[in-house]
Design a protein around this ligand. Structure first.
Ligand code: AGP
Length: 616
């Protein structure tokens, strides 16, 4: 996610903005910039791709002096990481500039409208349209503010009325040089109040060095900030009073938003991250993915999905959907295997490579193999401008935001959800699936943030169960259908952070070998949410219980079929079966987390693992 900082007060702005941006680095970024209203009345802008140090260096070479300004760290969503695409962005006059965190879903339409009105753009970003929309509104407002508050505040409010998407913004204008206007919709923004001026920021860590008094802006709030005044209005311009909180966290705790570990914070960020993944892509019961408009769908005779680790599990889960919707053969293989297979690949193959980092060596190599054989190549990644994007014919971003913990959680559910979006978009063009079945899935994806939010409410169950069994040294995870790769992911999570040996297995395969592992006291986690094969799964559960094994069942809320067959139950909201792994993985992420904590492991930095495996 991008980071925003603003300051207006008696102090020099640049050091305060840089300090604030430094404490937002944990959010992940690929470029940074700032704009200051200089003492001689100019809007001075410095921005640079790469680390914050590059920006700091540029400011040493060409210092800026001023007391009002905004700063930004960019996590690219639209447009590669580059100096030009870094924020802030200005309007045509160069008198208004904006920094933004979020996604302007309708930015193409707005950009076309603005181009038709004669505006010109200097970046590939969605954000730049905001500066021009504000410019348009400023030119249409009466010269003197008409009692609605500062003209820039009104202009921002009217401009944002035209925006679809999620955003937190900060804007300054030379026409009102000590004013900063902020606004938020589905992205956080806070005000920091100090005796030495006022601050605006994406998150508390950016201001904690200067103040502990913060105002957390509410949904659709706008704020006009001056050195000694704060005016908050709602989206209709009505003044609003908001509580002032005193933050007691230290900075490290604040970066984790009060969670003890980044992993747990990111598990809880999944509803918000999934909202960003689907933003602008689910329109009137259909999936809109313009990124794939150039794909030659008619020529596709086979699909190959590849990735590593959790990304591979996402591919295994998506296979069920692709087979059902596209009525095509779907081959799934982990990158490290596919790259060395003498596999038949040709222009009739669609290869989708999944990698949140976009840098995983084995996945890149498998993708290159597909490309070399003329396959149509689609990259699904979380990282704009990463290596995988340069190998792809088409790129679809998952927009999960940066993931700090080594072990994937929100980027995994983001990968799977994006695969389902791709599958739906292709299915609509291929036309072999019934529209009603596709619309049910679109509905399930629309409800997904809420379903995952409800699944998070099982945390107490997971915590209790994990702490009770933290001493065990081996577990089996069983599932059928999409429950099988879900079992693989649950087992991987547990292995990665608690170091308990766990194995995911197709429940129907139990009697073909793994049943030999089951003895009195064995612990088995079963994915037992509603599905056509639930009855078969109950038989498998009984095979375990008959040999003294204990069952932890993840089952659908309201379904009592499993209760007589399980020793412990975690109930999750029901959803369409092909979408269910996104919901069902949540209690398993939590089980892994609480088991790791109970065993004294560090869930954020598991031994032997790296966030991105850029070597073979
Ligand atoms: C970490 O929890 C993951 N389990 C890890 O396997 C990851 O999914 C894998 O390394 C692939 O990473 P990528 O998505 O960045 O390519």
């Amino acid at each position: 996610m991008c980071g925003i900082v603003g300051y207006t007060g008696p102090q020099p702005a640049v050091p305060l903005l840089l300090e604030g941006l430094r404490h937002l680095e944990y959010r992940g970024y690929d470029s940074a910039g700032l704009a200051v209203v200089s003492a001689n009345g100019h809007l001075e802008i410095r921005k640079a791709a790469g680390r914050l140090d590059r920006l700091t260096e540029s400011l040493k070479v060409a210092p800026i002096h001023g007391r009002v300004g905004v700063g930004h760290t960019r996590w690219a969503t639209h447009g590669r990481p580059s100096d030009e695409n870094a924020h802030p962005h200005t309007d045509c006059t160069g008198r208004v500039c904006v920094v933004h965190n979020g996604v302007v879903e309708n930015y193409r339409e707005l950009r076309d409208q603005l181009l038709a009105q004669g505006h010109h753009f200097t970046s590939e970003t969605d954000t730049e349209v905001l500066a021009h929309l504000i410019e348009v509104e400023l030119t249409e407002l009466p010269e003197a503010s008409d009692g609605e508050g500062p003209r820039l505040l009104t202009a921002c409010r009217k401009a944002l009325d035209r925006v679809e998407g999620l955003y937190a913004i900060a804007a300054v204008s030379l026409d009102d040089p000590d004013l900063i206007v902020g606004a938020r919709s589905r992205a956080p923004l806070i005000v920091g109040l100090s005796a030495e001026g006022n601050f605006l920021a994406s998150d508390v860590p950016a201001v904690l060095g200067e103040t502990r008094r913060v105002v957390r802006l509410k949904e659709q709030d706008l704020v006009a900030l001056r050195p000694d005044s704060v005016l908050i209005v709602d989206r209709y311009g009505r003044q609003r009073e908001r509580a002032v909180d005193v933050v007691t966290w230290d900075r490290t705790a604040a970066e984790k938003a009060g969670y003890p570990h980044f992993f747990l914070k990111e598990v809880y960020e999944q509803p918000e991250a999934l909202e960003r993944t689907c933003a602008g892509r689910l329109v009137d019961d259909h999936v809109v993915l313009p990124e794939l408009s150039g794909l030659d769908v008619e020529s596709i005779r086979r699909v190959v999905l590849t990735g590593c680790g959790s990304a591979y599990h996402a591919c295994l889960m998506a296979r069920y959907a692709f087979e059902a919707w596209l009525r095509l053969p779907v081959d799934v293989d982990m990158g490290s295997e596919l790259r060395y297979r003498d596999v038949a690949l040709d222009p009739s193959v669609l290869c989708i490579a999944v990698s949140q980092s976009g840098e995983t060596a084995d996945t890149l190599a498998a993708f290159e193999l597909a490309r070399a054989h003329g396959a149509q190549c689609v990259a699904l990644t979380n990282s704009v401008g990463s290596a995988i994007t340069s190998l792809a014919d088409h790129v679809v971003y998952q927009h999960s935001g940066p993931e700090v913990a080594v072990v994937s959680s929100k980027t995994f559910t983001g990968q799977l959800t994006t695969l389902l979006l791709i599958g739906l978009a292709l299915a609509e063009r291929v036309g072999r699936a019934t529209p009603v079945s596709l619309q049910k899935v679109v509905g399930a994806l629309t409800d997904l943030p809420r379903s995952v939010q409800e699944a998070l409410a099982t945390a107490q169950d997971s915590s209790r169960i994990a702490e009770r069994h933290a001493h065990v040294n081996r577990l089996l995870f069983l599932g059928r259908g999409v429950g099988y790769p879900t079992a693989l992911e649950g087992a991987l999570k547990l292995k990665e952070i608690s170091y308990i040996h766990a194995e995911g297995y197709p429940a129907g395969e139990l009697k073909h070998g793994p049943l030999a592992l089951v003895e009195p006291g064995s612990l088995v986690v079963v994915l037992a949410t509603r599905s056509a094969t639930l009855g078969k799964l109950i038989s498998n559960i009984e095979e375990v219980r008959a040999r003294g094994g204990s069952i932890i069942a993840i089952t659908s809320r309201g379904d009592d079929l499993i209760a007589p067959h399980a020793d412990e139950i975690i109930r999750v909201p029901e959803t369409v079966e092909l979408v269910s792994p996104v919901v069902n993985v949540v209690p398993m992420q939590l089980l892994a987390y609480y088991a790791a904590v109970a065993r004294g492991c560090d869930p954020d930095k598991p031994r032997n693992l790296a966030k991105s495996v850029t070597v073979e």
